[in-house]
Design a protein around this ligand. Sequence first.
Ligand code: B12
Ligand code: SF4
Length: 445
Amino acid sequence: MRILLINPWIADVAAYDFWLKPVGLLILGGYLSRSGHELHLIDCLDRYDPQLARATGKLPRSKANGTGKFLCREIEKPRAIKWLPRRYKLYGWPEELVARRLRELKERWDPEIVMVTSAMTYWYPAVWKMIRLVKETLPRARVLLGGNYPVLLPDHAALSGADAICIRSDWVGVRVFLEAQGVSTIEGPDSLIPLYDLYPGAMSHLVFLTSVGCPFHCSYCATGLIHRFFQHPFEELAVAIEAACQSHKCQNVAFFDDALLVDHTSHFDLLLKMLIQRGVPTSGISFHLPNGIHARLLTKETARLMRQANVQTIKVGLETLDLALQAQTGSKVTTEEFVRSIEILRSVGFSKTEVSAYLMVNLPSQSIEDVEAAVRLCERLDIGFNLNEYTPIPRTAQYEDLVQSGKLPREVDPVLLNNTILPYWWPHGVSADEIAALKKRVRVG
Ligand code: B12
Ligand code: SF4
């Protein structure tokens, strides 16, 4: 079959290309290709597409670590946030370029199926917009929607205009869905190797997953609902990473795993050793871990290997110093474990610019003082920190608690749950002004 894969734009008040790639869609692409289908990709967030450069007349620019700014333009706010005192934007390719690409594909290839992916539930306005555009331009093609949005919000995603939605992310679920849609699939082992051949040329960065899922069960997180824990054989990953870097002249690789360090002596450590043996880091390639790693699982040996493998970005999950909150949300880390992990990283030579902590702001019942104390701890340890505003994620235990206790309406437009937008209206947490003041305070002081 002729299948077009689409990674839509992002609709948000802010977005930056921190090593983003639609890795789930590309893994799906690998699987469809092995099943004998013909594929094309439109990735509206690919800053390096040659047609984008021609359309804008600008060459793509990235920082040395591969991150960079998306193009964007202001769009009308959805009705639920008309009052929001922030500009709402569409990030990624200009709409005219996407429309042109769709028309060209219709003329020379005529896709039978269009598969649209989705990441954050609250980016749904961009997904809906993309589906409308596809339906207008390719009226004969069947449009399928998958990814986190239909998995976490199936009833809402059913209104997206897609012909069918895939409400599971695991391979069995995806295969059953595809077969039901008339897309033939082959049996085979789970694979997490993304099909980077779908990109035409040079790329600023590549993303790989060495695993999906997470054996922990934090109350605010949906990962356990999305994927069962699975690790891809490290030998194949090392070969695939090296090959994709060579064919796309790429110097930066990010790992998106939620649980990178689980069973690391038989997985991640061996992957790093193999990459080192194959000379991948010495050829100038750097690695980045933008998703938080588990402090409890970090050993000196893993840290040494990370250093040798040229890992340049390490985020360690701390979230909160509040002992009660640490316990209530899942006990994935204690303050002592966090401090120990930072000491290990510093002792093998990682610098302040390479190591930072993820801190939550606005967790239910979290105080501003807790965040400030966590910031002070990072300063004492001489590392950076990222403040992540809390977002209630549909289907998680904490979301259900908030709905049950009347703190969150059951019917709420998903855009209102965007972590940046929530503090503007939610009376049960800190306000947007308090967060702005906190950010100002901790930056200056
Ligand atoms: C990597 C990651 C990040 C990265 C990059 C995010 C990005 N924008 O791409 C970073 C670290 C930057 C990040 C940040 C955040 N993230 Co995040 N992140 C993830 C993570 C761990 C992995 C996503 C992924 O690659 N999945 C793996 C692939 C294999 O799965 P998949 O895409 O679903 O694809 C599979 C199937 O769905 C299927 N499929 C995919 N598309 C299609 C299409 C069709 C048609 C079909 C049939 C099938 C299909 O194929 C694949 C086969 O397995 C997820 C958790 C998770 N496990 O999904 C959270 C997750 C998406 N993030 C989440 C959150 C909350 C955040 C933050 C808001 C955290 C915070 N408070 O600051 C920020 C916001 C960032 C932002 N504005 O972009 C939430 C989502 C919340 C929501 N409401 O949607 C998740 C689910 C984690 C959680 N905490 O529960 N994140
Ligand atoms: S450890 Fe991280 S990925 Fe795992 S359940 Fe907790 S927050 Fe989610």
